[in-house]
Design a protein around this ligand. Structure first.
Ligand code: CIZ
Ligand code: SF4
Length: 302
């Protein structure tokens, strides 16, 4: 064990803390975590834990979700600048204007959004349950899907259901291009193409399987194929290789690297535990409204 890893373990015990790491984190950060997973899975771990402190290795909206689900715990984000450009593509003011234009629309909000935006929405969804959540709303009910036009467009076409889509997107997933897949497929014709629904429609059209990071990990474990071409943030390859040492994984492009996710390092995790920074606390009035939208999703997806 390296000196820094040892120090993190010691301090974690002393402070009664738990370390959660998103599937897109650096490999060494995933390796020191108590749990790795997607944002919702991690928030559920947070809600269950007996620890007093949660160190959330991910981006700001994920730490906020943990804080909303466990208001009595201290939630730490090791780098306060780890934000999500997609979550920042919608503001409260813009959302309120859009809601006025579509007063009858139900607002379905992807979990990649700020607490204030969730608080202004009817129900949340993740990339694992988006189809189920949208299907739970009567077909004649208008839906405004925010903020990801790619996930929204994917759900809309799969369910053959028109929705008003917000013009947000993930810059990292949009760097994954169809032409890279075609080239890789010619090199590895037996490989399965697995992509995240935050990708563009032409990329999704080339995939054998479209899923959230949890779904991608499950598919790669359970499918017989020995080679996979992966279209999501490159951090997940660490987990896929660790869980399936006998299989081969190829990233569609190394450009699918989220610089915000990669802001978290082992050093920052240690400083976070030493100095109890940066504390993420959603104000009670916003948290209680956002919790309603998250709870509606949890009730439907259990
Ligand atoms: O919900 C998450 O954690 C994200 C952003 C992606 C995924 O599919 O896990
Ligand atoms: Fe946001 Fe995309 Fe980075 Fe995820 S990968 S945190 S959606 S910018």
């Amino acid at each position: 064990m390296s000196a820094i890893t040892e120090k993190i373990h010691e301090l974690k015990k002393k402070r009664n803390a738990v370390i959660l790491a998103h599937n897109y984190q650096r490999g060494d950060v995933q390796d020191i975590a108590d749990f790795t997973g997607d944002s919702l899975g991690l928030s559920r771990q947070a809600a269950k834990t007996k620890a007093d402190i949660i160190v959330f290795c991910g981006v700001h909206f994920m730490a906020e979700t943990a804080s909303i689900l466990c208001p009595d715990k201290m939630v730490l984000l090791p780098d306060e600048h780890a934000g999500c450009p997609m979550a920042n593509m919608i503001t409260l003011r813009e959302l309120r204007i859009k809601k006025k234009e579509h007063p009858n629309a139900r607002v379905v909000c992807y979990v990649n959004s700020t607490a204030a935006i969730k608080a202004e929405s009817d129900i949340c969804c993740t990339s694992s349950n988006a189809m189920k959540i949208v299907s739970s709303i009567p077909r004649d009910q208008e839906i405004l899907f925010i903020p990801d036009k790619s996930l929204g467009g994917y759900v809309s076409s799969r369910l053959n259901r028109p929705m008003i889509l917000w013009e947000g997107y993930c810059p990292t997933h949009h760097r994954i291009l169809a032409e890279y897949i075609i080239k890789l497929k010619s090199e590895y014709p037996g490989a399965k193409v697995v992509v995240h629904p935050e990708c563009t429609p032409d990329v999704i059209a080339l995939a054998d399987h479209v899923a959230s990071t949890t779904g991608i990990a499950r598919y790669c474990k359970e499918t017989d194929a020995g080679e996979f071409i992966i279209g999501t943030e490159t951090g997940i390859l660490h987990r896929l290789r660790k869980e399936n040492p006998e299989k081969k994984f190829y990233a569609i492009t190394q450009l699918a690297d989220c610089s915000n996710m990669k802001l978290i390092s082992l050093e920052k995790v240690l400083w976070s535990l030493e100095d109890l920074v940066y504390q993420i606390k959603v104000p009670d009035d916003i948290a209680s409204k956002a919790r309603v939208a998250i709870q509606k999703m949890l009730d439907l997806s259990e």
